[in-house]
Design a protein around this ligand. Structure first.
Ligand code: B1M
Length: 222
């Protein structure tokens, strides 16, 4: 699909599918220069491409190396969006500690959520991928966040979120922080079942939920 000003979202999606990092970066830059909204570039270009990659991966048409190359292309595009999504320059409204849970190394969605949270004025402490419970606990101790965010992309690692939430509760941390979860296999209902306070279907709903959780927490602990 081409915009009235001639930007071709399909070409950007295709660059991700083909793993053309340089092209994905150039096209993202061009789209920004043409005044296209970062959210559109993400959704209609970069994420649209990665969606196709996901289907081909699931159907065994492509394999891990191709997916990694596509992920690199997506990151090349995201690198241009990050300064814009994260631009804010005011006092942080709160702190979020975020990480992909133990056993899971998917980080594209988590990075996107982190970028958008920064853009909304949060200080974000990103613990990276394959984050085990002790690392979350140490970061909570060190950074005193109002929100802990956990991402999981595998059905085999989703359970780790519950393990962590149970451990936070055992330590009484639920009295002073809120937990938000997300990732492709996670749903609102699953989030509720495991005792999470919030769920984000995508990065922008994650930001809305984080803002609501922060307000809620401030009302209880001003
Ligand atoms: Co993986 N992988 N992968 N993979 N991979 C999936 C997840 C899979 C669905 C592919 C498929 O079969 N169709 C499948 C999981 C099946 C399942 O569990 N049911 C799968 C598999 C099986 C695997 C391996 C086991 C493959 C293997 O080795 N045989 C392996 C596991 C490795 C491990 O983690 N231990 C593996 C490896 C990899 C790569 C390393 C090759 C690569 C990751 C590269 C990277 O992240 N740096 C990769 C990728 C890229 C994918 C797919 C194709 C794309 C994921 C992605 O980046 N999406 C994925 C297929 C898919 O999801 N359609 C797949 C784009 C991203 C923007 O979306 O991450 O969903 P997403 O994030 C969204 C929302 O979910 C939400 O907001 C984000 C922005 O909108 N969100 C949050 C995410 N986190 C949030 C946190 C929040 C709130 C919202 O609050 C804190």
């Amino acid at each position: 699909m081409t915009t009235p000003d001639g930007f071709d979202f399909d070409a950007l999606a295709q660059a991700v599918i083909d793993g053309q990092a340089e092209t994905a970066g150039d096209l993202t830059r061009r789209a920004l220069d043409a005044g296209i909204a970062p959210a559109d570039i993400l959704e209609r270009g970069l994420i649209a491409g990665m969606r196709v990659v996901g289907v081909r991966f699931r159907d065994n048409i492509i394999f891990v190396p191709e997916v990694l190359i596509a992920a690199r292309a997506m990151k090349a595009g995201m690198a241009h969006l990050e300064p814009i999504l994260a631009a804010c320059g005011i006092e942080p409204i709160g702190t979020v500690v975020i990480g992909t849970v133990k056993g899971d190394i998917h980080d594209i969605g988590k990075n996107l959520v982190g970028m958008m949270l920064r853009g909304a004025g949060f200080r974000v402490v990103d613990l990276g991928v394959n984050v085990a419970l002790p690392k979350f606990l140490a970061a909570i101790d060190e950074h005193q966040p109002q929100i802990v965010g956990m991402s999981a992309l595998l059905t085999t690692t989703m359970g780790q979120m519950k393990t962590n939430i149970d451990a936070f509760r055992e330590r009484g941390l639920d009295r002073r922080l809120r937990v938000m979860v997300g990732g492709a296999p996670v749903s609102e209902e699953y989030a509720r079942t495991i005792g999470a306070d919030g769920y984000g279907k995508d990065a922008s709903s994650a930001v809305q939920r984080a803002q609501a959780l922060l307000d809620e927490l401030k009302a209880v602990r001003p």
